[in-house]
Design a protein around this ligand. Structure first.
Ligand SMILES: [Zn+2]
Length: 289
């Protein structure tokens, strides 16, 4: 199974650049199908209210649940105090499977990492070239898996690439994705040093073409086993739901859901007291490993 582990969906509200204006999923899905991509992890573009943005992504995922898997976007600073609740809503209501945050907003805080730990979710943390912050959160939360996208820098910062490759080797819980990485030999080096198990294929669609991005992986000339890990096996492993604290699901707090009315969320929450209900529809994923 081929999984694109990095794609945006929905509309941003700031409208000063493509990445905070619109991430149209339609064209992406046509391109992804043509490229042989079976499933795609999607999350919001930049937004001034990620509870709203996540609700939008939830609706997009609900329209194509066989192909799309949602991650909850949070702003570690602005959303402080409600991150657990936002993640809870995303997991129970929309069956999201991970947390996304971006260093242009704020770097991962303990609140984010503890929510990830509680729900057993991977954290896709764009460190915008500041690879040194990985040295803080990765050893503090060894039981949380972190995906540091773009080999640490979407902006081709080779120093960040080098640091992240080193971190992939040193921290079992640090992974990266290939989305938008242009300096091909750093991908080669990452696989050589850290192993294919630490690298996930991602496209950064819809703005980057998934067919172009997947071709980079094919050009690596890996063994079929290694290629299969990068193209989907690693993502499947990280998405495997781990419910570490079932008692959390018995909480009576209102999860932060942006869409009008929280009744569905409350229903989902009460149903989620049965742990099986906590597992999203894509749970067959883990059996396909
Ligand atoms: Zn991205």
């Amino acid at each position: 199974m081929v999984i694109d582990s990095h794609c945006h969906a929905g509309k941003g509200d700031r409208m000063t650049a493509p990445w905070n204006t619109d991430a149209p999923i339609g064209a992406y899905l046509r391109r992804a199908r043509a490229a042989g991509i079976d499933k795609t992890i999607v999350f919001a573009p930049f937004h001034s209210d990620y509870a709203k943005a996540n609700a939008q992504v939830g609706r997009i995922v609900a329209e194509d649940p066989d192909r799309l898997i949602g991650f909850a976007f949070v702003h570690a600073g602005r959303d402080a105090g409600r991150i657990f609740s936002m993640v809870e809503c995303a997991v129970t209501r929309w069956h999201f499977r991970g947390i996304k945050l971006h260093g242009f907003d704020a770097m991962p805080t303990r609140e984010v990492c503890e929510a990830a730990r509680a729900f057993g979710l991977p954290v896709l943390a764009d460190v915008v070239g500041r690879a040194e912050v990985v040295e803080m959160f990765a050893p503090q939360y060894r039981d949380v898996n972190f995906i540091v996208p773009h080999l640490g820098s979407f902006a081709d910062d080779w120093r960040a690439h080098q640091q992240v490759i080193d971190q992939l080797c040193r921290y079992p819980n640090v992974y990266t994705d290939t989305a938008g990485v242009r300096r091909f030999d750093y991908i080669v080096e990452a696989i050589k040093r850290a192993g294919a198990r630490k690298i996930l294929f991602g496209s950064d669609g819809p703005w980057l073409h998934p067919g172009v991005e997947i071709h980079k992986i094919r050009l690596l000339g890996l063994s079929p086993d290694q290629e299969a890990l990068i193209l989907g096996g690693n993502a499947l492993r990280l998405l495997r739901p781990v419910l570490r604290s079932p008692t959390l699901m018995r909480s009576s707090r209102r999860p932060v859901c942006a869409a009008s009315g929280n009744s569905h969320a409350h229903q989902a929450l009460s149903v989620a007291q049965d742990n099986r209900a906590y597992l999203p529809p894509g749970t067959q994923l883990e059996h396909e490993l």
